[in-house]
Design a protein around this ligand. Structure first.
Ligand code: SF4
Ligand code: SF4
Length: 439
């Protein structure tokens, strides 16, 4: 239970009690802040499976979401990439392996997936594999939704036409004004820029394409990000979203782009909260959805026991495979080290033993933004987890503040309660002896 100390529009103090595990928000006298919604029998919550290395998760041969990893190669070298530490562990696949993958798929996949995602690295580096896989999968699973995340720098007219023909839902990873942390800006090359704009014009109806950015210390204002895309595409209707706040998956990101100072965290929280007041956040799907599901959790009393991890890869019906049919912890990992979980051809033997559900982490169980965060990356540990968690925490505070501002007209000033944060190791500078330096 936490106490949210807030102030209203007149600056008057208002305190609320918030229990994230029961999703209950009440006034200090216990009266509910929002009218609650009673759930019918059919809408009872199911408990999420709380995986850990000691209690591994399983994977199903009839996944609702099938993620196909084409390879981890990329033509960019984003400074905070969550895959770069996995490239050496990737099982190499050739274009011809796409045919073997399709043959094997028939042997293990029991039902059509609702969604099929094509992942890199940069998936368009593997266009020849896509040209084999997509038409065949479209034939086999006509009702499945296809999607792909690309940096948008390798588009050609042929690829734009291919995407349209197979109605692939496209997310373009691009950091707008902070793109320098990723690499070149495809919009600065006239031909590439024109192809991206052409793809946007073709895909924009029905939200079949959006641009998505990572919040980093120098690029943390969602409204400014959205404005950048609106101006670059000359289109107020452009859909910009967020991949989230930067996580730290390796030493490089821990040494720089994934680490924020106090001032940068303050700017992040202020910018995120303010975007809810201006309404910009409601135009940004990732923020809108976080606020919506948080309000939904309060209205329905969503118990934390039903919450899985934020990315869904702890779920048995979300399955990531490479073209050798190796099952992976997720599409961002390689099969030749600990994240290779076994073969899809022997799905009963696959064990997700690399990851930890948030309920098995003390900090998450004592976190006021748990319902907004969902536990950061499930396989990170140590320093990498602690820093990623802190980034998520500060982002979550901004969303919580923004949601309260929008829904209740209250500004979040501080949180009281048993908040437990994971500590990053302190680096203690070693002062050299004068005599040693002189010698
Ligand atoms: S912010 Fe950190 S402690 Fe809170 S839920 Fe997310 S990962 Fe867990
Ligand atoms: S486990 Fe989930 S959060 Fe972690 S890298 Fe994979 S998809 Fe991302």
């Amino acid at each position: 239970m936490f106490i949210l100390h807030c102030s209203d529009a007149d600056g008057k103090s208002v305190s609320l009690r918030y229990a994230p595990h029961a999703s209950s928000l009440t006034n200090m006298d216990g009266t509910p802040v929002l009218a609650s919604r009673r759930l019918t029998q059919e809408h009872r919550w199911e408990d999420a499976v709380r995986i850990s290395p000691q209690q591994p998760g399983r994977k199903l041969a009839n996944p609702t979401v099938l993620k196909i990893q084409l390879g981890l190669g990329c033509n960019y070298t984003c400074s905070y990439c969550n895959q770069s530490s996995q490239v050496d562990a990737m099982a190499m696949t050739k274009t011809a392996d796409a045919y073997a993958f399709l043959v094997d798929l028939d042997k293990w996949l029991k039902e059509p997936p609702a969604r099929i995602e094509f992942w890199g690295g940069e998936p368009l580096l593997y266009f020849r594999k896509l040209a084999i896989l997509v038409p065949e999968l479209d034939k086999r699973f006509p009702d499945a939704e296809f999607s792909m995340v690309t940096n948008g720098s390798l588009l050609t007219e042929e690829i734009v036409e291919f995407i349209a023909r197979y109605d692939i839902c496209i997310t373009v990873s691009h950091d707008g004004p902070g793109q320098h942390l990723r690499g070149e800006d495809p919009f600065e090359d006239p031909k590439r820029g024109d192809l991206l704009k052409a793809l946007w014009q073709e895909r924009k109806t029905g939200e079949r394409m959006w641009f998505s950015s990572v919040l980093t210390p120098d690029n943390s204002d969602p409204a400014a990000l959205r404005r950048w895309f609106v101006e670059t595409l000359g289109d107020e209707s452009v859909v910009t979203s967020l991949e989230g706040v930067v996580a730290t998956h390796d030493d490089q990101s821990l040494a720089g782009p994934g680490v924020w100072n106090a001032e940068q965290y303050r700017s992040l929280k202020d910018a995120v909260a303010a975007s809810f007041e201006t309404g910009e956040a409601l135009l940004i799907p990732a923020l809108r959805e976080k606020a919506r599901s948080f309000m939904e959790s309060l209205l329905s009393g969503t118990p934390s026991t039903s919450m899985g991890q934020k990315c869904g890869m702890d779920r048995s019906d979300h399955v990531a495979v490479d073209l050798h049919s190796n099952v992976l912890t997720c599409h961002n990992t390689g099969a030749n080290a600990q994240h290779g979980l076994g073969s899809a051809l022997a799905m009963d033997e696959v064990r997700l033993d690399t990851s930890t559900h948030w309920a098995n982490r003390e900090c998450c169980s004592h976190c006021p933004v748990l319902q907004l965060c969902g536990g950061s990356c499930m396989y990170l540990e140590g320093e990498q987890f602690a820093q990623s968690c802190e980034n998520e925490y500060q982002f979550g505070l901004g969303v919580l503040d923004g949601t309260l501002r929008r829904a209740l007209g209250l500004k979040l000033d501080r949180i009281e309660g048993d908040v437990r944060r994971p500590a990053r190791r302190k680096v203690i500078p070693i002062a050299m002896e004068d005599s040693f330096v002189r010698a």
